[in-house]
Structures are given as C-alpha cells and as structure tokens.
Design a protein around this ligand. Sequence first.
Ligand code: ATP
Ligand code: MN
Ligand code: MN
Length: 305
Amino acid sequence: ARSRTSRSAAARARPSGLPTLSSPDKLLFPDAGITKQDVWDYYAAISEYLLPEIAGRPLSVIRCPGGIGQDCFFQKHLTAGLERVSTVRLKEESGRNAHYLVVEDEAGLMELVQFNTIEFHPWGAHAADPDVADRVVFDLDPGEGVPFDEIKRAAADIRKLLERLELESFLRASGGKGLHVVVPLNPGCDWDLTKRFARGFAEALAQSQPDRFLATATKSKRSKRIFIDYLRNGRGATAVASYSLRGRPDAPVAMPLAWRELSKLPAANAFGLADVPARLRRRRKDPWEGIDRIRQNLARWAKGN
Ligand code: ATP
Ligand code: MN
Ligand code: MN
C-alpha cells in the first residue's frame, strides 16, 4: 500500500529550487537588529543540522511576519503559497482531516523562512507513521524563582532515573528558560503507552520530591518548583526542534548538548543566531550522534505498570 505521504507528494508537484527571499531588510528581531536576511542566512548555514530533526515529521511553525512580539502565530496546516513543503493528511481531534505541514528538504525549509518562520516544532512521530511515537520529551519548566542550577540538577536526576529503566536520554537547552530531556524510542510506541509512561514518570517524581517538582500544569502552584511538562507527549503535541531559533530577545537557539556539557551550561538561552553556525563548524562530534540507532523502548516499563 502506498503511504499517506507518497500519495500527497504525488498529488503536489513541488518546485525543487530555493525560493527568492523578499524584504531582506525587514527587522524580525527589532531590538537585536536582526533582519529577515540574517534569519535566512542562519537557516541556510545550519540546514544540514536542522533537517534531520524535522524532515518527514508533521511540523508546526511559529511565523512572525511583523517581527517577534508582533502577532506571531503557530501554524500546523498547509496554507496558500507554500509550494515547496510536503503535506500529510491527518485526522484532527475534531475528527476531520487536515493537511499538516511536512518539510522534506532545504527548499521546503527555506520557503518557510521566506514566509517569516522563526521557530520549527516537529511531532515526536513521522508523517508516514503518525501514530507511532519515536521520541519522548520531558520539558522542564522552571516556576517563578527557580535558579537555573536547580533545572540542571533536575535534568541530571531525570537522566539517572531513566537509566534505571535502561533508557538512554539526551539533553537540549530550549533556548528559552528550561531544559528538555529527550528519550528516543526504537522501535516506537503507540501514543497511549507513550503518554502513560511520560505522565507516570512525571507524577512519580513529583510525588517523591514535592518540594522540587510538580506534574500538573496549574501555573499558580509552580512558584519555586519545576513543572515536569509531560504534555509534549501525545498525538499532535510538539516540541521545539534542536537548532531552531526562538522568537525571543537576541534570537537564541534550541541547542542539543552532551551530558558532560551540563555542569558548565550558564543558561538555557546561552546559544544564539550569531554564534551557533561557527560553533557547529568547530564541533568535533554531534552530541546526539546515534540517537536514532539506539534500540530501546517502553515495553519493559509497560510490563511493570
Ligand atoms: P522554555 O524552556 O522557555 O519552556 P519551551 O520550548 O520548552 O521553552 P514551552 O512553553 O515549555 O516552551 O512549550 C513547550 C512546547 O510546547 C513548545 O516547544 C511547543 O512545541 C509547544 N507549544 C508552545 N506553544 C504552543 C501553542 N500555542 N500551540 C501548540 N503548541 C505549543
Ligand atoms: Mn519548556
Ligand atoms: Mn512546557
């Protein structure tokens, strides 16, 4: 049987060349003086790193046609004018079908940049297999008054607890305030099990150390504690892609890191548009090297739960 992606790809002939950049001088980060050309140059420079993180996955983007802070919007569906992106027809929560964005190559990526995309947020699943999760994301969100060192300690603790379940995990600085701990699943799991695992893990941690953690989204209760946002793990949920810019002051970048880099990490937004391309060229090794080859999943956890 032909996959849903190949059917939609067949229906849409995509131009293969890069689009033309318009309004290069438009300020997308007005306070930092960062233009649309700068954003374009950033994504052109790092596309070989970003593409493996987003290609073939349903993708949401944050577009800021008027620059950050001005009516940015989250977009998950195909809209008029996008010719170089692919799509996948997926059932919405409402029960209706919709065409979700899928980037397959540099042309699609750069077309979204031409459409003023700042941030890229993929699903933890592939368009060809949207019901199979291959990444669990624990999104650590600091409440008011939580020092960054506490977020770092939380990430290291979560890594250790996952190791006890024989699950290897990977670290990302979100480019915002917190850290992400990412668990690859191979073979993947259905969303129901993935969600139960993420929620069970977060709730157990919050119960055992209620002074440090909470697992409910109630903002008012977050003061001085870290919210383990397990809600990134469900069909249709997204997390920011590694190497995506963030629509926040000074254009920070969501950066994948090696665990040994955690202790000296000064902040979740320590990396930015201006320094990441050179840093990637200097880097000897991808800190997430081999993430998709690790054979691990939630079957062992499911047996005990
Ligand atoms: P921070 O470290 O500052 O928390 P973050 O990327 O983890 O940065 P969150 O607010 O915790 O930001 O959100 C986690 C993820 O939830 C985002 O990366 C995004 O993929 C998704 N998300 C955020 N806002 C929306 C939205 N309006 N609609 C759908 N998904 C969203
Ligand atoms: Mn977060
Ligand atoms: Mn969150």
